[in-house]
Design a protein around this ligand. Structure first.
Ligand code: CTP
Ligand code: 5RP
Length: 415
C-alpha cells in the first residue's frame, strides 16, 4: 500500500509546546521542532460552560454527564482539551448541585489542569464566571490571566488540536475567532402570523459552532459591559466581542464532528464516533529508546499505513501511574514490544489494570506482547516456559473478554 501523505497541520508560530507535560502529544513535539525562533507564545486557557440542564435531551441527567460507552460525555471533551499541552488551565463551570459529581469524574478519569467554578443560570453567565476566575484580580487564585482564552461547550467532545490551534492563532491576530460550518437547512424568518416573512440565502450564511477564542481582555471587557438582556438571552460570544469590543471575529472552517450534542439521538451519534475512533487507536508500549529498533519501525509503519491510528509509545511501564494513564485513554488494542526484558509480570500488571478499568465489559481488549530476544543471551527453554505461562494466563483472561497473545521473536544478534 502507498503511504498516505500526512494532512497539513496548522502551526502556531511561537513557542507553544515549550512547556510540555508527559502527556504531550507527538504533534506538540513535531510543532516544537518546526517552530521558528523569536516569537512569543500566548498563554492560553480554556473556559468550558457545563452548567446546563439539557432540556432538549429530555432525560433527567444533564447531557454533559450522560454516559457514552460508560463514560460521562464531559470526560471526552476534557480529554480532548487536556491532550493539548499548550492549554495551561481549563476552567469548567458546573452547577453547585453537580459539583461533587464533577469532582468525582475528574478524579476517576485523572483529568489534569482543571479548575471548577459555579455555573450561572444561563450559558453566558456560566462563561462569565469562568472568565472571572481567570481574571487577574481574583484573590487566592492559582489561575493566572491568559493572553488568549478558548471558549468551548462541554457537550462538543470531538474538538481536535488543529481547530483549537487555528482559532487561537486567529484570535491573537484578530482579537476573536470562531469555528463555523455550512448550514444544513435554510434559515427562514417567520412573521407574527406564522407565515413566511423571508428566507435567508443559505450559501451566504454559516452555522456558528465552537471552539471560539478571544484575546482575554477583549471578551472579559465585553462581558463586563454587556446588558442583563445579553446575559439572559444571548447565544453568541462572537457577537459580544463585536458589539462591545468592535472586534470582527475571524471565522474558521470547522469539521463536521464539532456539532453540539443536543438531542438524544446525538448521544448515539457520539457513541458511534467514539467506537470508530477506538477501533483506530492502537497503543504501542515499548521498553526501548533505541530509535533503530524494529519496534520503532512498527510505529512508523502503522502511522504510514493507517489514516487515523494513534500510536502511543511509552517507555517501560514500570509504574502503575504510567499504566493508569494508558488505560484511562480508553484504548482497546495494545502491542507491547519487549526488548530489554522478558518479564511476564509487566504484562500481568497491564492486564490487571485493564480488567479493573472495566473496559472489556463493552468490547474485547486485545493485547499482543512481543518479545525480541537475543539468541545467545537467553536460553530457548527459559523463553518457551515464559510463553507457556502467557498462554495459560491468556486462557484465564479470555473469560473476561481480554484477548492476550504472546509472540517470541528469537534472533541472533549481529556482531
Ligand atoms: N446555564 C447554563 C446553560 C448552559 N450551559 C452550557 O452551555 C453549553 C451549550 O448549551 P446548550 O446546548 O444549550 O446546553 P443546555 O442548556 O444544557 O441544553 P438545553 O438548551 O437543551 O437545556 C452546554 O455545555 C451547557 O452545559 C452552561 O454552562 N450554563
Ligand atoms: O453554537 C454556539 C455558538 O455560539 C453556542 O454553543 C450556542 O449558541 C449555545 O446556545 P444555546 O445554549 O442556546 O444552545
Amino acid at each position: 500500500m502507498e503511504p498516505r501523505p500526512a494532512a497539513p497541520r496548522p502551526r502556531l508560530c511561537d513557542s507553544l509546546g515549550a512547556d510540555q507535560t508527559p502527556s504531550a502529544s507527538t504533534l506538540n513535539a513535531a510543532r516544537a521542532e518546526a517552530r521558528p525562533a523569536g516569537r512569543r507564545a500566548p498563554a492560553v486557557a480554556a473556559v468550558l460552560p457545563a452548567g446546563g440542564s439539557g432540556e432538549r435531551m429530555g432525560v433527567p441527567t444533564p447531557k454533559q454527564f450522560c454516559p457514552v460507552l460508560e463514560r460521562p460525555l464531559i470526560s471526552y471533551t476534557l480529554q480532548a482539551l487536556e491532550r493539548v499541552c499548550w492549554i495551561k488551565d481549563i476552567v469548567v463551570a458546573v452547577t453547585g448541585e453537580n459539583m461533587e459529581a464533577m469532582k468525582g469524574i475528574i478524579q476517576k478519569y485523572q483529568h489534569q489542569r482543571i479548575s471548577l467554578v459555579e455555573a450561572g443560570v444561563t450559558r453566558h453567565r456560566s462563561i462569565f464566571n469562568g472568565l472571572k476566575a481567570l481574571a487577574e484580580d481574583q484573590p487566592d487564585s492559582k489561575l493566572s490571566k491568559p493572553e488568549v482564552v478558548i471558549i468551548h461547550d462541554a457537550v462538543r467532545p470531538f474538538v481536535e488540536e488543529d481547530v483549537l490551534l487555528k482559532v487561537v492563532t486567529a484570535a491573537k491576530e484578530y482579537g476573536a475567532a470562531g469555528a463555523i460550518r455550512p448550514l444544513v437547512s435554510t434559515v427562514i424568518s417567520p412573521s407574527a402570523d406564522g407565515c413566511l416573512d423571508h428566507s435567508l440565502e443559505r450559501a451566504r450564511h454559516r452555522a456558528s459552532e465552537m471552539p471560539q477564542a478571544f484575546l482575554f481582555d477583549v471578551i472579559y471587557e465585553a462581558y463586563q459591559q454587556c446588558s442583563d438582556y445579553d446575559l439572559e438571552f444571548g447565544t453568541e460570544c462572537l457577537q459580544l466581542a463585536l458589539k462591545y469590543g468592535h472586534i470582527k471575529a475571524k471565522l474558521v472552517e470547522g469539521s463536521p464532528d464539532l456539532w453540539k450534542v443536543t438531542y438524544k439521538r446525538d448521544l448515539y451519534a457520539a457513541e458511534s464516533i467514539i467506537k470508530e475512533r477506538i477501533s483506530q487507536h492502537i497503543c504501542l508500549i515499548m521498553d526501548t529508546k533505541d530509535e533503530n529498533h524494529v519496534g520503532h519501525r512498527l510505529e512508523e509503519v502503522l502511522k504510514d499505513e493507517l489514516n487515523h491510528v494513534k500510536v502511543t509509545s511509552r517507555l517501560p511501564c514500570h509504574t502503575g501511574r504510567d499504566l493508569d494513564q494508558i488505560v484511562s485513554e480508553q484504548c482497546y488494542s495494545y502491542v507491547c514490544v519487549n526488548v530489554m526484558t522478558s518479564d511476564f509480570e509487566e504484562i500481568r500488571k497491564l492486564v490487571n489494570m485493564l480488567e479493573e478499568s472495566n473496559l472489556s465489559i463493552l468490547y474485547p481488549v486485545v493485547v499482543i506482547s512481543v518479545y525480541f530476544l537475543d539468541y545467545k543471551s537467553v536460553p530457548f527453554d527459559q523463553k518457551m516456559e515464559n510463553l507457556m505461562q502467557i498462554r495459560e494466563y491468556a486462557k484465564e483472561v479470555k473469560k473476561r473478554n481480554i484477548l492476550l497473545c504472546g509472540l517470541l521473536i528469537y534472533y541472533p544478534q549481529l556482531p
